[in-house]
Design a protein around this ligand. Structure first.
Ligand SMILES: C[S@@+](CC[C@H](N)C(=O)[O-])C[C@H]1O[C@@H](n2cnc3c(N)ncnc32)[C@H](O)[C@@H]1O
Length: 172
């Protein structure tokens, strides 16, 4: 289904930009961010022809102050994170039982603040239990999922393949 005219998407941890470019191709006015300079330049080079519908910026989504200063509150209809959540310090903090800092929402709380009413967060992530031991660091546990999905109004999930990559669609 095509988005409505003017719908805005944010792709967090865009890497080389293929997913963000696909969103732009669907019609989203898309902002792609990554904390790695190399990823930002590669995505810009690869998809220069998709500008201005796709813009790529350097941004560390771990940095709550930077997120608040540079991204518009309630400014996106869709926020995506593909193969990124497991690398976030906030996710590791949950695994280690570290409580959240006061007044600084964790990554998923920051995503909620960026979504316009009716917006969705689409998180694609491997599940730990389906990964071989040596690659489990790139996955999430059932406990991680319970913490990350808490407080969202509605949610669905889909298994994308037999390898255990799951896609969660969460709405405020
Ligand atoms: C496995 S790659 C996935 C790239 C892309 N989403 C895809 O599906 O092809 C993870 C990406 O997340 C980025 N990343 C990790 N932590 C980040 C953070 N705190 N802020 C922004 N980007 C981050 C990394 O630089 C890397 O490009």
């Amino acid at each position: 289904m095509r988005p409505r005219v003017g719908a805005r998407a944010l792709d967090i941890g865009c890497g080389l930009g293929a997913y963000a470019a696909a969103l732009a191709g669907l019609g989203y006015d898309t902002l792609a961010v990554d904390w790695a300079d190399a990823a930002v330049s590669a995505a810009r080079d690869r998809y220069a022809d998709v500008e201005p519908r796709l813009r790529v910026r350097r941004l560390d989504f771990e940095d709550a102050d930077e997120v608040a200063a540079r991204l518009p509150r309630a400014g996106f209809d869709l926020v995506t994170m593909r193969l990124v959540l497991a690398f976030m310090a906030d996710k590791r903090a949950v695994a280690m039982g570290v409580p959240p800092a006061r007044a600084k929402p964790r990554a998923w709380g920051r995503v909620r603040g960026l979504l316009a009413p009716g917006g969705a967060w689409v998180v694609t992530t491997p599940l730990v239990e389906r990964l071989p031991q040596e690659r489990q660091y790139i996955g999430v546990t059932a406990e991680d999922v319970a913490v990350v999905t808490e407080g969202w109004g509605r949610g669905e999930w889909y298994d994308l393949d037999a390898g255990g990559v799951r896609c969660f669609v969460l709405r405020v």
